[in-house]
Design a protein around this ligand. Sequence first.
Ligand SMILES: Cc1cc2nc3c(=O)[nH]c(=O)nc-3n(C[C@H](O)[C@H](O)[C@H](O)COP(=O)(O)O)c2cc1C
Length: 212
Amino acid sequence: MSNLEFIYKRHSVRRFKEDAVPVEDIKKMIEAATYAPSGKNVQNWHFVVITNKEKIEQIAKIIERKNAELADALKNEAMKKSFTKFLRFSTVFRNAPVLVLVYTETSYKPTGLDVLKEIGASTEEIHNLSKTNPAIQNIGAAMENLMLAAANMGYGTCWMTSSNYAAKEIEAFIGLDKENYFLAAMTPIGVPSGELKSPPRKSVEEVLTIIE
Ligand SMILES: Cc1cc2nc3c(=O)[nH]c(=O)nc-3n(C[C@H](O)[C@H](O)[C@H](O)COP(=O)(O)O)c2cc1C
């Protein structure tokens, strides 16, 4: 049977060695990302790669500032506590040599959505179909390809979305001018430091239904 080792090599990595990542390697990982499937082959992704350590640190600071700003505006103390408690997981890229910001264009809608609207289907039916968001699914596929490629080239990554609330400020900082694109996810890339491990998984029996 096929060798699935390449799947199990990937772990979320949050600590990195100083080693730089050659641009040729970065391009190979991005190319692997672009070989992901996408609905109607729309390829609605754009990758912004930052290799300047100071700029990466500034982005971490932007996220911290936005977190503090949002927390300050909160009256609900419990919500404030939980929002600030996990802030470090929103800046795990900070000591990495490379940060990839993954932008998505979202005009690609689920097939049949316009039809449901046109025929006056229920809000629930429309909402449920909208939730399947194929544009974001495309980004997920690209992210996973990038990460599997990185792991197989000896690099660590960490899929991140918890800093997306600072998207507007990050976009202003990097000066990206791509209309109709917004930040969907990011990942650091670097040589992992320390042990590679992942949390346990649900058993296959728990997540599988076979209908014969
Ligand atoms: C959509 C998505 C968002 C994530 N966001 C973050 C994040 O913001 N910060 C972080 O440290 N890890 C983040 N993770 C990593 C998960 O915590 C990690 O994948 C999970 O715990 C399983 O561990 P593994 O990746 O090592 O298998 C995210 C993963 C996914 C798929």
